[in-house]
Design a protein around this ligand. Structure first.
Ligand code: MN3
Length: 245
């Protein structure tokens, strides 16, 4: 498994789960809270290696965009997060999710860079060169239940991504009552944050900041959003869904 899942002990996970439960994101009775070793996805404070080449997602996302996005933008969020964590005495051996769940108690620097780091780590993980298609299994069932059909989900998600004014993200999340929800957030906010309008555990997200698409798509954000499905790694999304449930 990847390093971000390995570096945290079960004890730490239990602490995180209690934090999320306290924030109303996870019910205290959920399987993970009872010590399910399959655990949930947890994020450290350092940038993890990209699992594919910068050019791997072409032509949907061009190599130059990926390179700048990963080595400049996302890297800056991680290093600014590290400095905010030092300044605000955050224990970086614990998951970043703990901080996000009570982000209203921290600085704007923490909110922007903690969110920025978490969001990009998730974003890289749910894309893949050999991807696309549609979800199956329990995730497909949940999408049908929550949205009526896969196509209706796609429309709702794309609308959230295309209409987010300025910079931000669109999300598919597992809500505290275990339903799927589409939402969007401004800047580097996300549904884990106690300040989010729609709270939940994100399992899929798309970055709609101009830096994510402008070299290739210029002002055509809708074309980028529509093309995103060709690199969506549904098996990773399904893993996150199973863990969040
Ligand atoms: Mn970005």
């Amino acid at each position: 498994m990847n390093s971000r899942r390995e570096f945290l002990s079960t004890t730490t996970k239990a602490g995180l789960v209690m934090g999320l439960a306290g924030a109303g994101i996870l019910p205290s009775s959920c399987a993970v809270a009872k010590g399910n070793p399959s655990g949930i996805f947890l994020t450290g404070f350092a940038q993890t290696p990209l699992l594919y080449d910068f050019s791997a997602l072409e032509p949907v996302i061009d190599a130059k965009t990926m390179e700048i996005h990963y080595t400049k933008h996302a890297s800056a969020y991680a290093s600014n997060l590290a400095s905010a964590a030092t300044e605000e005495k955050v224990d970086t051996s614990k998951p970043l999710e703990n901080v996000l769940a009570s982000i209203s108690k921290y600085s704007t620097k923490m909110r922007n860079n903690g969110g920025g780091h978490y969001n990009h780590e998730l974003f890289w993980s749910i894309m893949s060169p050999k991807a696309g298609g549609e979800p199956d299994g329990k995730l497909a069932e949940a999408i049908n239940t929550s949205f009526g059909s896969y196509d209706l989900f796609v429309t709702q998600f794309e609308t959230a991504a295309k209409t987010r004014f300025g910079s931000g993200w669109a999300w598919l999340s597992v809500s505290p009552d275990k339903k799927l929800a589409v939402s969007s957030t401004p800047n580097q906010d996300n549904p884990l944050m106690d300040v989010a309008e729609v709270k939940g555990i994100p399992i899929l997200g798309i970055d709609v900041w101009e830096h994510a698409y402008y070299l290739n798509y210029q002002n055509r954000r809708p074309d980028y959003v529509t093309a995103f499905w060709k690199v969506t790694n549904w098996s990773k999304v399904a893993e996150r869904f199973a863990a969040a449930m």
